[in-house]
Design a protein around this ligand. Structure first.
Ligand SMILES: Cc1ncc(C[n+]2csc(CCOP(=O)(O)OP(=O)(O)O)c2C)c(N)n1
Length: 575
């Protein structure tokens, strides 16, 4: 069967079971948009290519399947660099297709030419410049394989226009053979045995669970390991939902804005069992003061993570699910042989910290509206398995702190890159992937202004996402740092609560919109929003601009010096 390169590309995407492409056409990718008309693949026409990339990420986070985006050359390709970098940092499987000028014109500064493979090389797991149409099925097969195996991540296929117009003889490759790319999935049995032995000797062990748990579909295995050993679990910002917050062994989020118990548990631990986590600086703060007495078991599918920040005592390269399942067997065997250390003092200490230092804020009945209160009401009034996407800033930290994540794949955020503007398009992508679920974006007013136009996409495509803008009239997180560390010298952080008029703006984009000024309006308005399921809804919550996110570990400091905030008598240091 003879196909054009463009037809072969669409057919290859169908062979990979692509159900949706997020994209926007243009000159160089025109040939591929033609056969798309006859394809079963749904296309969602975005308003900006950054939106396409983040939608594909939201889709991938929610479904576990690779997100696919397609854009044209030059400025469209550069517009999608931010989502590629975002996906790279957070290990999100994406396949991005970019149009390119004709192969014969590459290097001539042709109209809308950009060196897309050069620009994206540092932010993709791999990329391909297709030089002949016959390569297309092979390249697509390889692209999906690389994006989804090992440590997942984004890949890019750059397709010159003349190659898309060439004809080729259709084939579908039986397998993928990439010399030099053979991710290790099974952990070394000796190391796993040693890990179990260390776990049995520790009297202050903590499981430090990262986003890798979710990527490896290892949440169930993690729960089994925790329950079998009675070891408490902290879940990083990327792992929220990987272990239920409501579980007796769940300690919640550690890090710069983590809760006291999670931070202190890591600090005082004598054994960290790091599973799919990467000792990010937002968790460790100053690495040489982090968890000084702890031995470390570090499990990661990416060997480059082991020893990158902290040298592990027991490094294990492998897929988290497979390794944890083996570790469970090793723990059982070890327990048959020897008595495990007593951890009851530690458990009592953790309980005490949880009792003495919970997350706390005050919402006065007639006082200014607090962001935390809005989030708690959203949480309690929405279905348990609601998917929450967030932007970046104070609202993101409040959302991670105050939502109770009890199910995996319900929390979607930009952890590594911290991309403002992520929430709206990511929520749209998640809703496309999981149309039966309620999807709330919790966004800041600054973030919302970066990608709000994708609500036009949501309205046009009938994707009924819900957006809560926590409108504090400021770039709040930056304001917080200027207040605390620059002597209240506020520089370029004021945005205004009314410019734009968020309700009118949302309505102009086809959404239903509400504004909430007082605590008493919060519940009825959320109830109204939750009852709408045929179009997007936006609530403009006017929240107190003075509120700060606590606890807080000052950047560059030690976790021992975590600041609890005005609601508490500050302890000297963690002890
Ligand atoms: C694209 C981008 N630009 C700048 C920043 C730096 N930054 C981090 S948080 C923040 C403020 C966010 O403001 P807003 O969306 O209103 O959220 P808030 O902190 O007020 O909840 C800024 C500017 C960023 N993370 N991403």
């Amino acid at each position: 069967m003879q196909l054009t390169g463009a037809q072969a590309l669409i057919k290859s995407l169908e062979m990979e079971d692509t159900e949706v492409i997020f994209g926007l056409p243009g000159g160089a990718i025109l040939p591929v948009y033609d056969p798309l008309i006859d394809s079963s693949i749904r296309h969602i026409l975005v308003r900006h290519e950054q939106g396409a990339g983040h939608m594909a990420e939201g889709y991938a986070h929610a479904t576990g399947r690779p997100g696919v985006a397609m854009v044209t050359s030059g400025p469209a390709a550069t517009n999608i660099v931010t989502p590629l970098c975002d996906a790279y940092m957070d290990s999100v499987p994406l396949v991005v297709i970019t149009g390119q000028v004709a192969y014969s014109s590459i290097g001539t500064d042709a109209f809308q030419e950009a060196d897309t493979t050069g620009i994206t090389m540092p932010v993709t797991k791999h990329n391909w410049l297709v030089t002949d149409a016959s390569e297309i099925p092979q390249v697509v097969r390889e692209a999906f394989h690389v994006a989804t195996t090992g440590r997942p991540g984004p890949v890019l296929i750059d397709l010159p226009k003349d190659v898309a117009n060439q004809t080729m003889e259709w084939y579908w490759p039986d397998d993928v053979d990439l010399p030099g790319y053979k991710p290790t999935t099974k952990g070394h049995p000796k190391q796993i045995k040693e890990a179990a032995r260390l776990m049995g000797r520790a009297s202050r062990p903590v499981i430090y669970a990262g986003g890798g748990i979710l990527k490896a579909r290892a949440a169930e295995a993690l729960r089994e390991l925790a329950e079998l050993t009675g070891i408490h679990v902290v879940t990083t910002l990327m792992a929220r939902g990987a272990f239920p917050d409501d579980h007796a062994l769940g300690l919640g989020m550690p890090g710069m804005h983590g809760n006291y118990t999670a931070i202190a548990a890591l600090q005082q631990s004598d054994l960290l069992i790091a599973l799919g986590s990467r000792f990010d600086d937002r968790v460790t703060s100053k690495p040489d003061t982090f968890a000084p007495d702890a031995k470390v078991i570090h499990v990661d599918i990416d060997p480059a993570e082991l020893g990158k920040v902290r040298r592990p005592d027991v490094p294990i390269v492998g897929d988290c699910r497979i390794v944890i399942e083996e570790l469970i067997k090793a723990v059982r065997a070890d327990r048959d042989k020897r008595e495990w250390a007593d951890t009851s003092d530690w458990d009592t200490k953790l309980d005490g910290w949880q009792r003495d230092f919970p997350l706390r804020y005050t919402q006065e009945e007639d006082g200014p509206l607090k962001a935390q209160y809005c989030i708690e009401r959203l949480r309690d009034l929405s279905p348990d398995d609601t998917i929450v996407a967030s932007g970046v800033g104070q609202h993101q930290m409040f959302a991670s702190q105050y939502w109770h994540f009890n199910y995996p794949y319900t929390w979607i955020n930009s952890g590594g890159l911290g991309t403002m503007g992520f929430a709206v398009p990511a929520a749209i992508g998640a809703k496309v992937g999981k149309p039966e679920r309620t999807v709330w974006a919790i966004d800041g007013d600054g973030c919302f202004q970066m990608t709000a136009q994708e609500l036009v996409t949501a309205s046009a495509e009938r994707i009924p996402v819900k957006i809560a803008i926590l409108n504090n009239a400021y770039l709040g997180m930056v304001r917080q740092w200027q207040e605390l560390f620059y002597e209240e010298r506020y520089s370029e952080v004021y945005l205004s609560p009314d410019l734009p008029d968020y309700v009118k703006w949302a309505e102009a984009m086809g959404c239903v919109a509400f504004r909430v000024d007082t605590p008493e309006d919060v519940t009825p308005t959320i109830e109204k929003a939750n009852a709408i399921d045929d179009r997007p809804v936006v609530i403009d919550f006017r929240v107190d601009y003075r509120e700060k996110v606590y606890p807080m570990v000052p950047a560059g400091g030690s976790n021992d010096d975590v600041i609890l905030g005005p609601e508490f008598d500050q302890p000297e240091a963690i002890q």
